[in-house]
Design a protein around this ligand. Structure first.
Ligand code: SF4
Length: 173
């Protein structure tokens, strides 16, 4: 997206945007002992992150993120990494540890806890560093076909299978 300077929607991105738009207009409020604030901008100077959260909650003096997703939990851990990145921002902004966040899946109406473990933090920071390198250099990562390509809205622009075939023919000569 950022290397090409372009973006294309598909069914999943449109449904996701629509869900987030709905969530962001719900405003803030109190639910039992929990204070809820929606559409808060989060940032981290340390990790060079900025983004709008879906929902931040405060309970017993502790803040934590709740990220909304349109479907069920997928086969990849990108949702957990996103929650962890938000937790890193909240920690930097509040100076307090964030040991737990949540994912809310709209289709199943389930809220799943995400432990902000050492391992998840390491994975998240590694992903942030990899993305930062791409943004700093502008070097587009190679298009490698994998199961994640099935739902990718950039498939028609990226054509990872075709790119691999061309490379194969060029090798054969
Ligand atoms: S089609 Fe696959 S390789 Fe290309 S951008 Fe999407 S996920 Fe990445």
């Amino acid at each position: 997206m950022f290397c090409l300077g372009g973006f294309v929607d598909n069914q999943y991105t449109i449904e996701g945007t629509s869900l987030h738009d709905r969530v962001h207009t719900m405003g803030e409020g109190q639910r039992e002992d929990t204070w809820q604030i929606r559409a808060v901008w989060l940032k981290s100077e340390r990790y060079r992150l900025i983004g709008k959260s879906d929902l931040i909650e405060e309970s017993d003096g502790r803040w934590y993120p709740v990220e909304y997703k349109r479907g069920h939990r997928g086969e990849f851990d990108n949702d957990e990494l996103q929650v962890c990145a938000q937790a890193l921002c909240i920690e930097e902004m509040t100076g307090q540890p964030v040991p737990l966040g949540y994912l809310y899946y709209a289709q199943s109406h389930q809220r799943q806890p995400v432990e902000i473990s050492t391992e998840l933090r390491q994975q998240t920071i590694a992903a942030i560093e990899a993305v930062t390198r791409i943004l700093d250099t502008g070097a587009m990562p190679p298009a490698v076909y994998s199961p994640r390509c099935k739902g990718c809205s950039l498939y028609a622009q990226c054509l990872p299978k075709a790119v691999a075939k061309v490379a194969q023919y060029q090798e054969v000569g």
